[in-house]
Design a protein around this ligand. Structure first.
Ligand code: SF4
Length: 571
């Protein structure tokens, strides 16, 4: 059993209900899409009090189960106008689980800025947020930890979220109390700001209660063993992290470079040095005393995260991820990881999505507001976004808005949201995921980054995309980090058995794909109600018209070709 809270902010009325069995298990993306449909909010203004903001933890949250403590944040997206689930790492879901809480929904808006505190005694308290307003996330986290102690997890609305800038995510503390793990995408931080909730503090407590605790503990151990024996984890994610993808995409020709005008930054075959991937950064950072294997949440044995140091051995930013290297880095013309780390650290302090922010800055550069590769321009622009100046507020509305404002030629968005770091002319499998998902251009929903599709037809790519989209939707509904998918996707019988022991259900191995399929159907249904059509699955025109160097490829598929993908889901 776990408790779920609905907190009506307008009068601080709290409705708490007990969840049992499958109600605890069907969390995250599934729960968010289902709740948004039930609340009939497809046609509302996303920044109005009617938009709920949902925080949902998975069924193993609160345990040391490796990579099972992702937190899902959901609402109608103010960036896309569609369904939104953005998930982040860190300790927030872990702490919720430790107080036997499955999640919470924020309803309405508070009359004054508040900090909400969920105590280990089961109380929900409202504190004055005045001491934290307008400050960067690191200072706010320090203040909150001083007030509430170190045995807490934090969710913070940063200074950009305060004024409802759509770049804003919700920032969560990692296991070392850095506020740098974001539910980044879709403007969820702006929705938190619209509700005048500055932060949520959750006390850590103890291992949650389960139906058969010994079997759950054995499951935690067995999963850990499988992760430690998994080749992809041990030879890829753990030593190299996601930044290894930059080396691959630079070779593959799918790296976003200077606002998606090229697919490769450095021709390593011709002797040019590529400094924006793991091959260069890993040894450099290790020599400086940085960490290339770091866990963002308790118990994670994949440890894809990192801590990047400067030449003097001082921490600059954590984590440096591939998507940030791509969008805030090469896509803005940067070629030095120290420059990227500098702006990444500022973005972390602001609590903004580095994908949307990087794509926005690159559009500004293309429009002549700045120069590609000019890190000083980027730092100054982020400062304007922090201050909320007139320009800063325009830029904080994201890539689509800023691109239209400056009449930029290339505006790399789908459904109003910037693309992840995979040029869809070359990385077609990921491109189809970003086109078709109801989430907007989100690569995580169905990433096939290494799939060479040059000899494949549309039907084959769609089929592969549907398989991976289904499995990711299931993982996102269970609080599982997708980087463990080589183990979770192939052991759904074991997952079902352990969930049954945890929550008294009688699932079989087929539950995993069924949960993912249902989540995808619900998300599409929500977007249908919000008025989306196949035209919204189209790529921006330049992807069809401009050949991408060095491959020379253009986009092959249109919205009408791919929109029917979910008709292939089993009924
Ligand atoms: S694999 Fe990486 S992102 Fe996922 S939980 Fe572990 S450290 Fe966090």
């Amino acid at each position: 059993m776990r408790t779920y809270h609905e907190i009506r902010l307008s009068d601080r009325h709290i409705t708490s209900k007990e969840l049992h069995g499958e109600q605890v298990i069907q969390a995250g993306r599934y729960l968010i899409a289902k709740t948004l449909l039930e609340m009939d909010v497809a046609s509302i203004d996303p920044l109005s009090p009617r938009n709920p903001l949902i925080f949902s933890a998975g069924p193993f949250s609160g345990t040391a189960w490796s990579n099972a403590n992702r937190i899902s944040v959901g609402c109608k997206s103010p960036l896309t106008g569609g369904v939104k689930e953005a998930n982040g790492g860190g300790t927030f879901a872990y702490a919720l689980g430790q107080i036997n809480t499955a999640g919470l929904t924020l309803l309405d808006a508070s009359p004054d800025w508040v900090v909400i505190h969920l105590t280990k005694g089961g109380d929900i308290e409202f504190d004055d947020a005045a001491p934290y307003m307008g400050k960067g996330n690191f200072e706010v986290a320090d203040q909150l930890i001083e007030k509430y102690g170190k045995r807490v997890a934090l969710a913070i609305c940063g200074p950009v979220g305060e004024y409802q800038g759509l770049l804003a995510g919700v920032s969560f503390t990692d296991k070392d109390l850095r506020p740098t793990r974001l539910a980044a995408r879709g403007g969820v931080g702006a929705v938190m700001g619209s509700k005048k909730v500055k932060a949520i503090v959750v006390d850590m407590n103890k291992m949650p209660t389960f139906e058969e605790p010994k079997k759950v503990t054995a499951g935690v151990r067995k999963y850990a063993k499988m992760i430690q024996e998994d080749e992809v984890v041990q030879n890829g994610y753990r030593p190299l992290g996601t930044m290894a993808m930059a080396d691959f995409q630079n070779q593959f020709g799918g790296l976003p470079v200077r606002n998606f005008s090229a697919g490769r930054l450095a021709d390593t075959g011709a002797g040019e040095e590529f400094k924006m991937g793991a091959a260069y950064i890993g040894p450099l950072n290790t020599a400086r005393g940085g960490e290339q294997s770091h866990a963002c949440m308790p118990g994670c044995l994949i440890q894809c995260s990192n801590i990047y140091m400067d030449a003097d051995g001082n921490e600059v930013a954590s984590p440096i991820e591939y998507e940030t290297l791509g969008l805030l880095g090469t896509n803005c013309g940067l070629s030095d990881p120290d420059d990227l780390a500098r702006v990444n650290a500022i973005a972390n302090d602001l609590g903004v999505d580095t994908i949307e922010t990087g794509a926005t800055l690159a559009v500004l550069m293309e429009a002549g507001v700045g120069e590609f590769g000019d890190v000083e321009f980027m730092a100054d622009a982020l400062d304007e976004i922090r201050q909320g100046t007139e320009n800063g507020r325009i830029w904080a509305q994201g890539t689509a808005f800023a691109g239209a404002h400056y009449e930029a030629a290339r505006i790399p968005v789908i459904k109003g949201q910037a693309l992840g770091a995979y040029d869809p002319r070359v990385v077609e499998g990921t491109g189809l995921g970003m086109m078709t998902t109801a989430q907007g251009a989100d690569h995580t929903v169905g990433n096939l980054p290494r799939l060479d599709t040059s000899e494949m037809d549309l039907e084959e790519i769609l089929a592969q995309s549907l398989v991976v989209q289904t499995k990711v939707a299931a993982a996102d509904s269970l609080g599982l980090c997708a980087f463990g998918q080589t183990v979770t996707n192939t052991n759904t019988d074991f997952l079902a058995e352990t969930l049954n022991a945890a929550h008294g259900t009688s699932l079989d191995a087929g539950f995993f794909d069924a949960l993912g399929s249902d989540a995808l159907r619900l998300e599409r249904e929500f977007n249908d109600k919000a008025g989306f059509t196949d035209k919204d699955d189209e790529l921006p025109t330049f992807f069809y018209e401009e050949e991408l160097p060095p491959s020379g490829r253009v986009a092959r598929f249109h919205g009408a070709d791919v929109h029917g993908i979910y008709e292939g889901l089993p009924s």
